[in-house]
Design a protein around this ligand. Structure first.
Ligand code: ATP
Ligand code: MG
Length: 728
């Protein structure tokens, strides 16, 4: 068989990995060295050269987007559709298993998935129900505790507090939470993994079935697997199956969420004869970007250590810009993108990365001001919007009346006269009798246990849901949804809401109907194409999709927009132009990390991940004055900037501090020179705006712009060539 298409675009060590014998393999290599490419080609090799069926392959990646891309590349190389192939995220794949074997997993057929928001609501309710002091045991911390324990593979019953009263309380909360979820047929994200692991431990036949099926297990971004994910992989590959893992210890960035970089060393121990292959050539970034990233990561202790080189050009230096404040920073970055587009490039090829989601607002404002299309990747999902969650909660209750969390959400949304007191009665009865809220509601109606007005409201709600359950039985999903949003009163309720907000909520509900239609008519392969899942009803399938889908695949690839995302979500991706904003002490590295060496090292790895996303151009920015989370600060430049080699980083513009002369540069990098007729801090006059002070300066010659704080009209950016400023 001709293998050129599999091997021609690979270098020697990459080929060695792709064509390795049926053995356990670890590809340990730095950013942009072709790990993901090797993994894809290995799958194709296994199918075409090792005689594996595509259905005997299970590949785990980190995001839905990466999984979709991987499938597309495999299809192109294999030249056959690979619809039902198991390529997905840990959550996606584990969820498939739970759906297919829900009864073995102790779950109702239409179990629902809880997002972290719903999870927190349930925990808060438990704290209330059991009168636990929230100032001592805060709900958020309880949520963190529970998820953490689940990621470690621990149930409440496995935990022993010893004599520690605090710990006893956490365990008690965990225990109650487990009970509520079990009773309501709810699973949270961590539970999906834990249960998928337990089901194999409890049902050896089932495990044997999956072991027979998946002869080849491949894992991308292996450095970020946590305890339960690793245990799950161990079980699946136990015996004869082989693991093919690719990863980079320098890119481990989820330690704070339980990822264990030690899993890389465990692999050697747990898989005797593990073949380790290193890749050293980087194909992504210019020499300057790569050298800067290498210099940065070398500052970290305890690395496995690797050298990365590129045969490509040095390219442009890395550009560092110190802004006056976060608005100036945003404007600068937007200017960079504008220039890039003017030079004939696509907006899509640019990404703006930040440490914290909260930084996106100012960037968005600046982008909107310049009418620059943008998209936030991995931000708030469409399905997470409040009004969408309301509509989905109706669907959840229709699908499963055990779902207390959903019922709690909609029982008085829109307001229908079911007050807090009535709700408390429902909760109390449910708790006492160990029944669902729905059953408690029926009980109250039957026994007329609440005052007449409340009873009437409850009856009406009960009727509404009962009717919708009937509608669900014989309507298409989109028809059901239209009926739900009309009859529930949601549309009418949001229509009455004043201003743009209400309007956009109604539009979003309409968009949800569109999403359902698209979902129904989509013939793209989904997670549910597996024969074991064919008998699931469309409503359950759709609800699971809304919970697990990142929402990224719905984007039209032809649209041209700038992308915005956190540094964490940029993992595995690459862009010709990357701008990392907020390079400041206290923000990046984050404040907390600066006191703890291991956390600081993780921040540095995150910076390494961010920098190595860039193919051609890399911009770093910091602000001298920042308002974030409602606080003001005057941060200093991030140590990560100072750790970069001075000869390949340039200050793109003199600093803009009023109090400092133009030539000062705190970063110590070379400066791009410019001749300016005005000094920062100088007073000027404008015909229309009157007198003001120059705060910052941008560009050269006819492009030169100044920012002036006018005493009468405030801050303005003016093009010097037209502003006609004079000295005041
Ligand atoms: P990361 O650590 O960021 O996940 P990676 O090691 O997975 O990176 P890839 O994304 O697979 O790296 O590859 C980086 C880039 O280099 C991609 O654009 C890929 O197509 C290209 N590439 C990889 N190997 C080669 C090769 N042998 N020849 C040409 N280009 C290559
Ligand atoms: Mg990769």
């Amino acid at each position: 068989m001709d293998v050129t298409h599999i091997l021609e675009s690979l270098n020697d060590p990459q080929r060695q990995a792709v064509t390795a014998a049926d053995n356990n393999v670890l590809v340990l290599a730095g950013a942009g060295s072709g790990k993901t490419r090797v993994l894809v080609h290995r799958i194709v090799w296994a199918v075409q050269m090792m005689g594996m069926s595509p259905y005997s392959v299970l590949a785990v990646t980190f995001t839905n987007k990466a999984a979709a891309e991987m499938k597309a590349r495999i299809e192109t190389l294999l030249q056959i559709p690979v619809g039902g192939m198991w390529v997905g995220t840990f959550h996606g794949l584990a969820h498939r298993i739970l759906r297919a074997h829900h009864s073995e997993a102790g779950l109702p057929k239409n179990f629902q998935i809880l997002d972290s928001d719903d999870q927190l609501r349930i925990i808060k309710r438990i704290l209330r129900d059991y009168q636990i002091d929230e100032s001592k045991w805060p709900a958020k911390q309880a949520q963190w505790y529970i998820n953490n324990k689940k990621d470690e593979g621990m149930r409440a019953q496995n935990l022993d507090a010893g004599g520690d009263f605090n710990e006893q309380m956490w365990i008690k909360i965990y225990q109650n939470y487990e009970q509520v979820c079990n009773q309501s047929g709810l699973v949270d994200f961590a539970e999906i993994l834990l249960r998928a692991h337990e089901i194999w431990l409890k049902k050896p036949d089932l495990l044997a079935h999956y072991r027979r099926r998946f002869r080849h297990v491949l894992v991308d971004e292996f450095q970020d697997t946590n305890t339960i994910q690793y245990a799950w992989l161990r079980l699946l590959t136990g015996g004869q199956n082989k693991i093919f893992a690719v990863g980079d210890d320098d890119q481990s960035i989820y330690g704070w969420r339980g990822a264990k970089v030690e899993n890389i060393t465990n692999l050697e121990k747990d898989y005797p004869g593990l073949e380790i292959i290193r890749l050293e050539q980087n194909y992504r970034s210019t020499g300057n970007i790569l050298n800067a990233a290498n210099a940065l990561i070398e500052k970290n202790p305890n690395r496995m250590g690797k050298k990365l080189w590129t045969a490509g050009e040095d390219g442009e230096p890395i550009k560092f810009y110190t802004a006056y404040n976060e608005h100036d920073e945003a404007r600068f970055v937007v200017g960079v993108v504008q220039q890039w587009v003017q030079d004939g490039n696509r907006r899509q090829d640019c990404v703006i990365l930040y440490r914290s989601n909260a930084q996106s607002r100012v960037l968005e404002e600046a982008l909107m001001m310049e009418s620059m299309p943008y998209r936030i990747y991995g931000g708030m999902r469409f399905f997470d919007r409040a009004e969408i969650k309301d509509a989905l909660a109706y669907l959840r209750v229709i699908s499963s009346q055990l779902d207390d969390a959903a019922l709690d959400r909609i029982i008085n949304t829109p307001p229908r006269g079911i007050g807090e007191k009535t709700l408390q009665s429902i909760r109390a009865i449910a708790l006492k009798e160990n029944i669902s809220y729905w059953d408690a509601l029926v009980f109250i109606i039957e026994t007329e246990a609440v005052p007449a007005r409340a009873l009437k409201a409850l009856k009406k709600f009960h009727e509404l849901i009962s009717e919708l359950i009937v509608v669900a039985d014989d309507s298409a999903l989109d028809e059901l949804l239209v009926t739900v949003i009309q009859q529930s009163g949601l549309v009418e309720y949001f229509q009455k809401e004043k201003g743009e907000k209400g309007k956009s909520r109604v539009e979003n509900l309409q968009e949800l109907v569109g999403a359902v239609k698209e979902f129904e008519s989509d013939d793209e392969p989904t997670d549910f194409d597996d024969p074991a899942l064919q008998d699931l009803d469309p409503l359950s399938v759709f609800l699971a999709y809304t919970a697990l889908e990142s929402g990224d695949s719905q984007v039209d690839p032809d649209d041209d927009y700038v992308q915005l995302m956190t540094l964490h979500s940029a993992k595995g991706l690459e862009f010709p132009l990357v701008a990392i904003v907020g390079m400041e002490e206290g923000l990046f590295p984050s404040e907390r990390s600066t006191y703890e060496p291991s956390k600081l090292a993780e921040e540095r790895r995150l910076c390494y991940v961010g920098m190595t996303r860039a193919k051609k151009q890399l911009f770093l920015t910091a602000a001298e004055h920042r308002r974030l989370y409602g606080r003001e600060s005057y941060p200093t430049v991030s140590r990560f900037v100072h750790e970069l080699p001075g000869d390949i980083v340039v200050d793109v513009r003199p600093r803009a501090m009023v109090s400092r002369p133009l030539t000062a540069s705190s970063s110590g990098f070379k400066q791009s020179s410019s001749s300016q007729p005005f000094q920062i801090g100088q007073s000027v006059n404008h015909d229309k705006f009157g007198e003001g002070v120059i705060l910052s300066y941008e560009g050269d010659g006819s492009h030169a712009r100044v920012q002036v704080n006018f005493y009468q009209v405030g801050m303005k950016w003016l093009v010097l060539a037209y502003a006609n400023l004079s000295q005041a």
